[in-house]
Design a binder for this molecule. Structure first.
Ligand code: ADP
Ligand code: MG
Length: 315
């Protein structure tokens, strides 16, 4: 039988917008040492917008955006949505692709038909320059980690573009046709208003805050500085996210993870208290101990408070 106090606590939790999937974790929440937040979509709104485009010589911004939108056609990533939306707003006609591939934690790749490639490519490299060959071209879109993976250097102009975006806390994704970078897009995301209060409240309870993200170091730092978070794990590949939780646990810390994405699922499972944001992916919700119905990071502090209050009564 379920102990009465625990049962009461669970329904109190429900009234506070929390679905408790694991009661033991809810009880453990009172002793948390560290709360690790996913950045995008958890501490930030997660709704990205394209704010700037740059193209290398011989390409136009519209062509760079067209290629990007084509390659991102089948991706559910927020970056992909932002890119498709911008292409739509600019009235660009986006060609179809085949062989779409998601490069987890890095970007996407697809093959675009020859004829569909914008004609103004440099040195006759675009359009029908390949003389009847029907193989199409590979278009890849991805972050700095994709470039590193492909061992492609962006060149000084694009590096400057990325540095300036980074200083503004904006992420950059590069657009590659075959092996060469043809341009880049800067994307902006905003910190949720509620995140400031959430971090403040948790720190006030003596809990350490860390941020865990696949994003570039610069962007992660800008957000962490804004929120006054000291510990930042950036450029972490999806398969390595749970390792960071293990590292903290190895320092004898009781760790909660808060996230929304498929990428966060292993870390949610690994943590002592896995907390999913309700609007997150099914995989995240299924991996969590507690689900926050209202997408409000302040509910993490409420959860700890509720756990402390409820379980103190039990002793
Ligand atoms: P997060 O940990 O912030 O949720 P992801 O692990 O989903 O981020 O992605 C990490 C990085 O990989 C992104 O910041 C971006 O640079 C790149 N990336 C991932 N998916 C895409 C995509 N569909 N299009 C472009 N870039 C992508
Ligand atoms: Mg995320």
């Amino acid at each position: 039988a379920v102990p009465l106090v625990v049962a009461i606590n669970t329904s109190t939790a429900a009234r506070n917008g929390m679905l408790v999937r694991d009661r033991i974790a809810m009880e453990e929440a009172r002793n948390l040492d560290t709360v690790v937040f996913d950045k995008t979509g958890t501490l930030t709104e997660g709704e990205q917008g394209v704010v700037e485009i740059t193209a290398v010589e011989g390409w136009s911004e519209a062509e760079v955006l067209t290629l990007a939108a084509a390659a991102e056609g089948d991706s559910e990533h927020m970056i992909a949505q932002a890119i498709r939306e911008e292409a739509g707003e600019r009235g660009l006609s986006v060609p179809g692709v085949r062989g779409f591939e998601a490069l987890e934690g890095r970007g996407v790749r697809a093959t675009i038909e020859h004829d569909a490639i914008p004609a103004a490519a440099p040195g006759g490299a675009g359009g029908s320059a390949n003389g009847g060959e029907t193989d199409g071209r590979t278009v890849s879109v991805g972050g700095p980690n994709l470039l590193r993976h492909l061992e492609v250097e962006p060149g000084p102009d694009l590096e400057r573009f990325a540095d300036q975006a980074g200083e503004r806390g904006q992420g950059v994704v590069y657009v590659l046709r075959d092996e060469s970078v043809v341009g880049a897009l800067a994307l902006a995301d905003v910190v949720r208003e509620e995140s400031f209060e959430a971090i403040d409240a948790l720190q006030g309870m003596g809990i350490e805050i860390a941020m865990l993200t696949g994003d570039d170091e610069d962007v992660a730092r800008a957000v962490a500085d804004e929120l006054e978070i000291d510990t930042v794990f950036a450029e972490v590949l999806p398969e390595d996210k749970d390792e960071k939780i293990v590292e903290l646990q190895a320092q004898d810390k009781l760790v909660a993870m808060v996230g929304d994405g498929v990428n966060d699922a292993p870390a949610l499972t690994r943590s002592d208290v896995g907390i999913a944001i309700g609007s997150g992916t099914d995989v995240a919700v299924e991996s969590a101990d507690v689900v926050l119905v209202e997408n409000d990071p302040r509910d993490v502090a409420r959860l700890v408070r509720l756990s402390r209050k409820s379980y103190r009564k039990m002793q």
